[in-house]
Design a protein around this ligand. Structure first.
Ligand code: LMR
Length: 394
């Protein structure tokens, strides 16, 4: 049997992570995988996470199974964080999932179960694993224009034109904030136009929100998701705690299915629980419990928000420093988009051979489509990156 297996395509982000680890040079810079690093190059455990873990360790008396949906207190706390009071709780079905990836996977499976002929409209580009999972599940995908290679902003006209091709029941996958991989985002007026189009054409909205708090602030980054969730008939929201709580390896995510028809929610909830049971039975609990502990304790929550804000501001500072440095070295404004982008990533728009040159000649690692992780930089490495970008002629 095993001889029938074929090598699967490597995930380009994870392959790059491996190449970086194997590079013996001291001067290398990792701008690949989306992991936050502080000025010392460390991905720290956040203060509130440590404190909450201690609390859980002291207070937890059993590790017996929770429910198939995970602990309801976790869903409640996360729904509150993401949606505030934008949608009545009675309209929301929710389950804990293994990370945001698990939430995306369950969302796609739910779509396939409910409407096997639905096509999923994905931004071009999108997170490569969206495409990989959809391919694996055999679901039809349609790419919509998103990134304007000239301005490095959103090609909003192209996006709307392409979304107009969607048929009733098709799903539009949107990034709630901090678009991965480009860093280019819609403004709220544009979001409203997308919502109108979704409603006019009878489409289903799906939002992947993995970077709440990394862009313009916790509330600001949730604004688009809240707008969509409160304005469309049905939507799916896949959320991740990996980045904003720094609990990457704990696999902590949430999937919501929202319906304006509260009578539908019982069936949505039992379907989500069924999908969990088929795929991995009970979702992981430790990360979810830590997140719940933080969100439900005023002091821990305040400390978490403060640290998250420090992370956000440090990334914004690095963006500005890099844009300024590039302006100084190149004598042009063509890199000013780096300061306008939001979140962990910016796609700088370099050809793959130049990205490879950065790696080979300067030990600077970014994803082949020229996505760089801003949080992989620090004040010392920004000038090194800027010099390399200008030297190789990007
Ligand atoms: C990324 O895009 O780098 C992160 O979301 C990590 C991953 O799993 O790809």
């Amino acid at each position: 049997m095993f001889e029938n297996l074929k090598p699967q395509p490597a995930d380009k982000i994870l392959a790059l992570m491996q190449m970086y680890r194997e590079d013996p040079r001291d001067q290398k810079i990792d701008l690949g995988v989306g992991v936050y690093k502080n000025a010392e190059g460390i991905t720290p455990v956040m203060r509130a996470v440590k404190a909450a873990e201690q609390k859980v360790w002291e207070e937890q008396e059993s590790k017996a199974y929770t429910g198939l949906a995970g602990d309801p207190a976790y869903s409640d706390a996360m729904i509150n964080l993401i949606l505030g009071d934008a949608v009545p709780r009675a309209n929301i079905a929710a389950v804990a999932t293994p990370g945001g990836t698990g939430a995306c996977r369950q969302a796609f499976e739910l779509v396939r179960l409910a409407n096997p002929s639905a096509r999923i409209f994905v931004s071009n580009p999108t997170w490569p694993n969206h495409v990989s999972i959809l391919n694996y599940l055999g679901m039809e995908m349609v790419a919509y224009r998103y990134f304007d290679a000239e301005t490095r902003g959103v090609d909003f006209g192209g996006m709307m034109e392409d979304l107009k091709q969607a048929r009733p029941g098709d799903v539009v996958l949107l990034h709630g904030c901090c678009h991965n991989p480009t860093g280019a985002n819609l403004n709220l007026v544009e979001w409203q136009a997308v919502v109108d189009l979704i409603n006019e054409q009878g489409l289903i909205a799906m939002i992947d929100i993995a970077y709440q708090g990394f862009g313009d602030g916790l509330e600001e980054d949730a604004a688009a998701t809240r707008l969509v969730a409160s304005s469309v008939k049905e939507c799916l929201i896949a959320a991740s705690c990996s980045k904003n709580f720094g609990v990457y390896r704990e696999r902590t995510g949430l999937l919501m299915a929202i319906s304006q028809d509260a009578g539908q929610v019982g069936l949505n909830q039992s379907t989500l629980a069924f999908l969990n049971r088929q795929n991995y039975s009970f979702p992981p609990d430790h990360g979810a419990r830590v997140v719940t502990t933080i969100l439900n304790d005023a002091d821990l929550r305040a400390d978490w928000q403060q640290e998250l804000e420090e992370v956000r501001l440090s990334m914004l500072g690095l963006r500005q420093q890099l844009a300024d440095e590039l302006q100084r070295l190149s004598g042009s404004d063509r890199f000013s988009f780096i300061a306008q982008h939001r979140g962990m990533f910016s796609r700088i728009g370099a050809a793959p051979d130049l990205v490879e040159k950065l790696r080979l000649e300067h030990g600077i690692y970014m994803v082949g489509d020229s996505r760089m992780n801003i949080a992989g930089l620090n004040v010392q490495t920004v000038p090194i990156l800027a010099r390399a970008i200008v030297d190789i002629g990007i």
